[in-house]
Write a protein that binds this ligand. Sequence first.
Ligand SMILES: NC(=O)C1=CN([C@@H]2O[C@H](COP(=O)(O)OP(=O)(O)OC[C@H]3O[C@@H](n4cnc5c(N)ncnc54)[C@H](OP(=O)(O)O)[C@@H]3O)[C@@H](O)[C@H]2O)C=CC1
Ligand SMILES: CC(=O)C(=O)O
Ligand SMILES: [Mg+2]
Length: 536
Amino acid sequence: MKNLRGKALLTDPAHTKSTGFTYAERELYGLRGLLPYDVASIDKQIERVLGSLRCKNSTIEKYIFLNALLERNQRLFYRTMIDHIDEIMPLVYTPTVGEACSEFAHIFRNAQGFYISPEDRGEIATILKNWPEEDIRVIVVTDGERILGLGDLGANGMGIPIGKVALYVACSGIHPAQCMPVMLDVGTNNIALREDPLYLGYPYPRLNGDAYRSLVDEFVKAVQLRYPSALIQFEDFLSPHAFEFLDLYAQKVRCFNDDIQGTAAVTLAGIYTSCRITKKKFTDLNIMFLGTGSAASGTAELAVDAFRAAGLNRSQAQKRLWFIDRKGLVTARNENIKPRIKPFAHEHAACSFVDAINEIKPDVLIGATGVAGTFTEAVISKMSSVNERPVIIALSNPTSHTECTAEQAYHWSNGKVIFASGSPFNAVQFKDHLFKPAQGNNAYIFPGIGLGIYASAARLVTQSMFLAAAEVLASTVSEQEIHSGSVYPALSRVREVSHAIAVAVCHVAIREELTSLSLPEDISGYVRSLMYEPNY
Ligand SMILES: NC(=O)C1=CN([C@@H]2O[C@H](COP(=O)(O)OP(=O)(O)OC[C@H]3O[C@@H](n4cnc5c(N)ncnc54)[C@H](OP(=O)(O)O)[C@@H]3O)[C@@H](O)[C@H]2O)C=CC1
Ligand SMILES: CC(=O)C(=O)O
Ligand SMILES: [Mg+2]
């Protein structure tokens, strides 16, 4: 415990138990007189936290309160989050994190995470030594250019790595001291932010071209020097950069892009599970995407792997996947098709989104636009007229940017839809049925991937790990969950899910010869032994 005593111990967020210190500990550590009489159990402290939390009447106030708790007492924060994940996750993560990012410069209290600006060029490896921890296993890095569906939020985007790190700890048990949120603050093209006198970031237009790329490269190389065991998770980079860095680094360093690969795995899992409800064969599915960016094309690419694993050849697999862009169906006749979308631009006459649904009859519709309201009543009605049970996954975050709400999906489909969304929705009563829409969010995937990489010390993160993660996630959905219309397991089981994904990742790492560790025979027990449990 770093020989902490007295007030220093009481105010150290990683080591304090606050009123939880026993009388013997109060004697031993010079705490007598510094605490009220009662020795409170962590459960009693959680009760107090929840009481105060529930008195706040806005979600941003709740976010600020929880963040302050994290700064004050780490174990109490994480225990509360784990035990009350349904209530806390939407406050720490999407949708509230979107508002917290927008307001970041105005609600800022203490600096959390690590900031790199263009003025650090040539010195990133040196300044990384200022980070107080020696054994970092997970780094979540953003440059703030595509924060959820909110666009370029510059350094305000730091809320995202902070939120994702909280999920690593709560959802898969990586120790808080081993996780690091990083903001590559290369400026912002959001003029309103630059003109905000309280803005905290580098107040200049974004770096671009070689100056930008070389800064990212210097960061990646500096991480290899300072934290050679770390996994780098690229998060919320704008689409062309997201793919560029994935292509550049995935074969060289331990990294992945969460918006492309994590999202792909969670979406694929939802599709797998939907087949248990619709009784359709996975290889018979036609899948349509609205949006041609990171999340949609990443999902299509993983779906090709999944179809191939199920017996289709590449060309057959690609033909199952269709894309809609701002103008309508993407066909082989379109000009300027994005390279990653080309394999999915099939021979077909040009047509609108709704006409494309009518003609192609997709079984599954996935939205990844970041734009609210793109699944209109006409879209959902058409999906319902060509399917007994249409599967609709509205991935966009936060809630204000969702393609459609759960309520709209159930009403417009007359209760037929199998629905999931990136941000959570409350249960919807439609006629005599209470539907519990599932949250299709990469939060079900990346914590387990990170834990698996940590456990296996795999050199690289591969597509097969995401395919395995999708299969594992789908396999955890219970019959009862299926019955309530949910294609994902309850959030309360997310640690169990992450553990199972991590075990699967270890097996892939062994199979693909990506690890030099000789893992114990009981991989499941070994992975569990690595999972941090916040208790006193
Ligand atoms: N649920 C989850 O786990 C995840 C959710 N997301 C969410 O998904 C959304 C998209 O993310 P991402 O793919 O990374 O973003 P991108 O910016 O890479 O992609 C967005 C795509 O949507 C297209 N688009 C925008 N408006 C329309 C429209 N009206 N009609 C058709 N297409 C449109 C864009 O077209 P163009 O190329 O022409 O601009 C672009 O292709 C975000 O809201 C994000 O928060 C992302 C990752 C995970
Ligand atoms: C969930 C997530 O990664 C996103 O919306 O970008
Ligand atoms: Mg993201």
